[in-house]
Design a protein around this ligand. Structure first.
Ligand code: FE
Length: 207
């Protein structure tokens, strides 16, 4: 089986947010899809260990900030490789609030869509939430980020709990054990800091 065929599938990149007891939570995901048009329903797949997933379970709402190509790796690092359990991820990120009270990015976000959960499907390691669209808004007129662009141009990484994570790679060099980022080269500088998750050189393993 050629698992690399799965890399040919196309995705976007999103910050999925929700809130509970006045606390904003959010994470990066590539698994957002519109599943029906009438009514407009959107699905999002999240890992069961993901704190944002646990908050959506309780709040019954989620919103998606559709990221643009201009989004900084700091935003990806904050929302993709830290847990909302111990971090207020929106504290230092410019944001506004949608009709559901969910925070969304007001910079480098092409549009925001706001959904109320109507169905939930347990698929083992992950859960699929299906939400009915309650609002949608264009935010910044920038080009939409694709998952391919994130990997190829931004040299972005895929965390282990993402559905599209693959442990095999053709790249050589060193892999960050925290976020999966690959440093291509024969020697890793001792003072190297992972550009995605900010882990030190000691967190890298030779491929
Ligand atoms: Fe990293």
């Amino acid at each position: 089986m050629e698992l690399s065929a799965l890399f040919s599938m196309s995705y976007g990149l999103y910050v999925i947010s929700s809130h509970e007891d006045g606390k904003d939570v959010g994470c990066v995901a590539n698994t957002l899809t519109q599943v029906t048009a009438s009514p407009e329903q959107i699905s999002i797949t999240l890992n069961k260990d993901n704190y944002t997933k646990q908050v959506i379970d309780k709040s019954g709402v989620f919103s998606a900030s559709i990221l643009s190509k201009e989004v900084s790796m700091d935003v990806i690092s904050t929302f993709g490789f830290k847990s909302s359990k111990d971090n207020d991820k929106f504290a230092e990120i410019k944001h506004e609030r949608d009709v559901l009270g969910n925070a969304y990015l007001s910079k480098n976000c092409v549009a925001v869509i706001s959904c109320k959960v109507v169905k939930k499907l347990d698929i083992g390691t992950h859960v699929i939430f299906v939400g009915e669209l309650v609002d949608a808004k264009n935010v910044c007129p920038e080009e939409v980020m694709t998952y391919a662009y994130y990997h190829q141009v931004k040299n972005g990484a895929t965390p282990k709990n993402a559905p599209s994570f693959q442990s095999e790679t053709k790249k050589s060099g060193f892999r960050c054990k925290v976020c999966g980022y690959i440093y291509e080269g024969d020697t890793l500088p001792a003072d190297y800091i992972c550009p995605v998750c900010k882990a030190p050189a000691s967190a890298f393993e030779k491929l």
